[in-house]
Structures are given as structure tokens and as C-alpha cells.
Design a protein around this ligand. Structure first.
Ligand SMILES: CC(C)(COP(=O)(O)OP(=O)(O)OC[C@H]1O[C@@H](n2cnc3c(N)ncnc32)[C@H](O)[C@@H]1OP(=O)(O)O)[C@@H](O)C(=O)NCCC(=O)NCCS
Length: 171
């Protein structure tokens, strides 16, 4: 299992098929998925996993499993993915955590480590987090990760027009 990033309490590694139950516990929890309107079905969860396995092959990175070092339990996903805003491809830091592990600073710890990875290993000049305007907890992670709002746009998802804020930080 390839460990990509280590922090004081966590490590991030590539996801694999054995992670499906931990992944489903997150992506199928309606409270975790409130910003996406609906929890994922089994097919959507598998497609999400497959997309990230493909990203590892194509890009060399993607959303990774976040493992609590103390217990070895997978508590969330955090990582880097290419996203498109208008005509521009940007590198996004994304995060989703099992509800049991909210409120302990894990998302911020993992997101900060991904920012450092993007700057030092991938050698990019800026990273982004694209967040629905109703998702305050996620915006607070972006702010703690040193980001400021650089724009806004409306994303259509599940047939709903959802205003999003674009958070960005530069190297
Ligand atoms: C977004 C999400 C990951 C944020 O999780 P979170 O637990 O609020 O964020 P953090 O892990 O950074 O934790 C911060 C909280 O832990 C507290 N905390 C406790 N111990 C801490 C420590 N050692 N270090 C830092 N913060 C600590 C902070 O005070 C803060 O509390 P507050 O929310 O009461 O202000 C979570 O809400 C989530 O999974 N949401 C659903 C998925 C989603 O919408 N993802 C984003 C899509 S854009």
C-alpha cells in the first residue's frame, strides 16, 4: 500500500477496492452528503472509487484515503484532483470525512499536507478548493488552509443550479 503523505496524526495512501465499506460509510451518509443534495448509491460509490483509481494512473494523484495513525482506521478522503472552472483547469484540494471524526481538526491537517505536497512535489503555483456556498464547515477548512475567495460560479449538479465559491492560495 503506497503511503503518499504523513502528518503528525494521519497518513494518506491510495484507495483500493478493500476500502469500499469505509468509503460507503462516508459517501452514503446523508449528513456528510448534504452539499451534494443526496447520498450516493452503491453504483455512484463504486464509480467514485473507480474514477480515483484511474486518476492515480493518469495523473499520479487523486483523492486519497486518510488513515488515523493511532488506530489504522480510514476516517476520510482528502487529496488533489484536476477540476475545470470555465476554460481553466485548476488543481483542487478536496475532503470528505466520516461524521464520527468531525470537529477534531483532521480535515484541516490533511488539507494543509496536500497543499504542501502540491507546492513541493507537484511544483504548482496555486491550489484551489471549490465549495458550495451553503457548505460552511468546508469553507472553514479552506480558510484554515490559508485560502481566500478568488471567485464564484454556478455549477449545475443533479439538475440544480448551485452557487460555488472558489477558494485559492498561492505558493
Ligand atoms: C468539510 C469537513 C471535512 C470539515 O470537517 P471538520 O471536522 O469541521 O473540520 P476539521 O477537521 O478541520 O475540524 C475543525 C474543528 O475541529 C476542532 N479541533 C479540535 N481539535 C483540533 C485540533 N487538534 N486541531 C485543529 N482543530 C481541532 C476545531 O476547533 C474545529 O471546530 P469547530 O468546527 O467547532 O470550529 C466535514 O464537514 C465533511 O466531511 N463534510 C461533508 C463533505 C463535504 O462537504 N466536503 C467538502 C466538499 S467541498
Amino acid at each position: 500500500m503506497k503511503c503518499v503523505i504523513e502528518t503528525s496524526r494521519l497518513f494518506l495512501r491510495e484507495l483500493n477496492q478493500d476500502d469500499y465499506p469505509s468509503l460507503a460509510a462516508i459517501l452514503q451518509d446523508p449528513k456528510v452528503m448534504y452539499a451534494y443534495e443526496e447520498p450516493f448509491s452503491d453504483a455512484e460509490t463504486q464509480a467514485w472509487l473507480d474514477k480515483n483509481l484511474l486518476r492515480y494512473k493518469q495523473d499520479g494523484f487523486g483523492l486519497w484515503a486518510v488513515i488515523l495513525r493511532e488506530t489504522g482506521v480510514m476516517i476520510g478522503m482528502t487529496g488533489l484532483t484536476w477540476q475545470t472552472i470555465g476554460e481553466t483547469d485548476v488543481l483542487e484540494i478536496g475532503y470528505q470525512f466520516n461524521r464520527q471524526y468531525w470537529g477534531m481538526g483532521f480535515a484541516t491537517e490533511a488539507a494543509k499536507a496536500c497543499k504542501e505536497y502540491a507546492f513541493s512535489v507537484l511544483d504548482v503555483g496555486q491550489v484551489y478548493s471549490i465549495i458550495r456556498d451553503t457548505n460552511i464547515a468546508s469553507m472553514n477548512v479552506a480558510i484554515r488552509n490559508g485560502m481566500l475567495v478568488s471567485g464564484r460560479f454556478v455549477k449545475k449538479y443533479r439538475g440544480i443550479a448551485m452557487p460555488h465559491l472558489v477558494f485559492r492560495t498561492k505558493r
